[in-house]
Write a protein that binds this ligand. Structure first.
Ligand code: NI
Length: 423
């Protein structure tokens, strides 16, 4: 089945100017893009934009813990370590595979309604997360969060993570799997090396929390450069470092290492401000993520784009840095490539039709044109403008409905899970 977006604007992180086009989606891909002045191609379904709709790439939320929506609102306004140890970890102990399944689905409802097509998730009971993802037809980069604890816990978690990779990596083109050592303060160095060795042996990427707080840097016991070398993180097939708030932007990073900026979570937990402008000047791959909903508290990439762009302008007193185009690229293409999804995150013929349909027929878009669309989206737009979210050419969210999900049941089950773990 072919869908035609007739007379719509397209924008992505590679276009300095938006274009007004007819865009044809067929067999899950962007099949054709032609100028809106030409005769539109034939299609089974036609969405008539009349110049009042935009199509942009689906967002890739490059670092989150989806099921943590069940913990939203617990332990507000506390520093990271206090928050984790007193408020989060005790409640997480009560999570069952079923609670995580329904919590993840509920997070997916939020993400889909705000234009996210893919999310990078680090948590546990990831088989259930994978089933939620496949059932919905969403895309995800999944890893099992590996932490030390009782004897044998790390070994079991690693073997569980490797099983996840064996069973789900590449499934239906929707899932990639990484290994997920949690952080330097939860995984001893010896284990870091065995995890990165396992990543090399199995051809897998690694997703890791690194230097989120100043305290983490102070307690690292060595320089970040030495840590990255000694842990083997620089020699994996690829490594994604979430947060990196306290990583010096002069640090040499090889091409296989990318960073994820989580501005709202870092601000809310008072963790500091990542030196994003310097990383971008150096040409580093920096993606954008929300982190879990218990430290953000939204799973909304529009909010993340706007915050990232404004935050660094203010912090560096430079209104030119971290442009609308920069954050749009970070929120889409950079996240996709960081986590091993090819041909995703740009509006290009032949690429996957992972798209967001945006309503420009609203007062705050008056004055929008080819030159300024990206800036309108980032500075004036919001997730309330999302009309639909398409993945592989199929609507997964459209006008408030979820064709592949039972939203009502998901919310009932997620509420029950929340009640059970906070009882
Ligand atoms: Ni995190």
């Amino acid at each position: 089945m072919a869908t035609l977006f007739k007379d719509v604007y397209i924008a992505d992180g590679s276009r300095t100017k938006a274009e007004r086009v007819h865009l044809l989606v067929s067999k899950g891909r962007i099949a054709q893009i032609i100028d809106a002045s030409q005769t539109p191609p034939a299609a089974d379904k036609i969405i008539s934009g009349r110049g009042h709709m935009a199509v942009i790439p689906g967002f890739v939320n490059a670092h989150t813990h989806a099921a943590m929506i069940l913990l939203r609102g617990l332990g507000e306004e506390a520093p990271l370590m206090e928050w984790l140890q007193n408020k989060i970890w005790p409640v997480e102990d009560k999570l069952t595979p079923e609670y995580i399944y329904w919590g993840t689905l509920s997070a997916m409802l939020e993400m889909l309604a705000t234009g996210t097509t893919c999310f990078a998730d680090m948590y546990f009971e990831m088989e259930r997360v994978a089933e939620a993802v496949l059932g919905a037809g969403m895309k995800a980069a999944l890893c099992r969060g590996i932490t030390a604890g009782a004897p044998g816990k790390i070994e079991r978690s690693l073997s569980n993570n490797l099983d996840l990779a064996k069973n789900y990596h590449g499934r239906e083109g929707l899932i990639t799997v990484q290994l997920g050592p949690h952080a330097p303060y939860t995984v001893p160095m010896d284990y870091m090396r065995s995890i990165t060795d396992a990543a090399k042996t199995n051809g897998l990427g690694v997703h890791f929390h690194f230097l989120e707080t100043k305290g983490e840097l102070d307690n690292l016991g060595m320089s970040p450069t030495d840590y990255l070398k000694e842990s083997g993180l620089l020699n994996t097939p690829y490594t994604v470092l979430a947060h990196a708030v306290w990583l010096d932007p002069k640090t040499e990073l090889p091409d296989n290492v990318s960073l994820v900026h989580n501005p709202c979570s870092n601000l809310k937990l008072g963790s500091g401000i990542m030196p994003l402008t310097e990383w971008l000047e150096r040409g580093a791959v920096v993606a954008l993520g929300t982190d879990g909903a218990s430290s953000n508290n939204r799973l909304d990439m529009w909010e993340e784009m706007r915050t990232a762009s404004l935050l660094h302008k203010g912090a560096t007193m430079n209104p030119v840095c971290v442009s609308a185009l920069d954050v749009l690229r970070m929120a889409t293409y950079e996240g996709a490539r960081a986590f091993g999804f090819a041909q995703k995150g740009m509006i290009q013929e032949g690429w996957f039709a992972d798209l967001v349909l945006v309503n420009l027929d609203k007062p705050h878009y008056i004055g929008v044109n080819e030159e300024n669309l990206a800036a309108y989206l980032v500075y004036a737009g919001s997730s309330a403008d999302v009309l639909g979210t398409m993945i592989n050419g199929r609507w997964i969210y459209r006008n408030g409905e979820y064709p592949t999900l039972d939203a009502e049941e998901i919310m009932i089950k997620a509420r029950e899970a929340r009640d059970a773990i906070t009882r």
